[in-house]
Ligand binder design. Sequence first.
Ligand code: APR
Length: 233
Amino acid sequence: MRRCERIVVLTGAGVSAESGLGTFRDEGGLWAQHRIEDVATPEAFARDPALVHRFYTARRIQAAQAQPNAAHRALARLQADWEGDVLLVTQNVDGLHQKAGASAIHMHGELSRALCAACAHRWDAPLEMSAGDTCPACHAPSARPDIVWFGEMPYHMERILDAIQTCDLFAAIGTSGQVYPAAGFVEEARLAGAATVELNLRDSDMSHAFEHHILGPASRTVPVWVDQILTGK
Ligand code: APR
């Protein structure tokens, strides 16, 4: 791998799988247990806010008890020790990159944050949220998880695309490449002339677009990959 100044890393649920948090589309994953249209769309929240809050409260409690694994820690080390820029963009909402000491852009929001559907105020979410919870700013009964649902615009897209269009290396870790806009980032990176590498347990829907592939569990492959980057090997 040629030495790269600016690195963009995209992570998905696979990076947290070995921390005990389920992925979405693997065998028995979250979308095998719940229908997206029942728990992860604005229409679902309007129709049955109690069900949506129960779904996210269960995930918030599970994420609060989860610990970062060697992959999260290795990415924090990369950010700390790499002399160039490292932008870590995550689709995950579990907070494990921060727990590992990394700073990440949460393009799909965060379980630890709440959002007011009426005034757009954001605050730290309590562990348990329920229908009718009020906003601390406008006091409307319109508190919702600060999660980007299907049909909503992911956060920080301008900053993410600016970074991808000027990066030297783009890495995707533990993502199935099935959900846009994140699935399209690798093509943007290639157009920008960046080297591209995919780290995954198996091939993803976007594997064809990556130059390099490192197969295996993230807790094993990511620390080795980070060492290669930092030592220039
Ligand atoms: N190590 C590395 N990769 C893994 C591991 C592991 N231990 N376990 C699973 N994977 C890989 C799977 O092979 C798969 O490619 O992680 C990926 C998980 O894919 P998804 O479950 O689709 O999760 P993700 O790609 O993050 O989903 C993207 O979809 O539902 C929305 O908003 C949700 O952010 C999510 C988005």
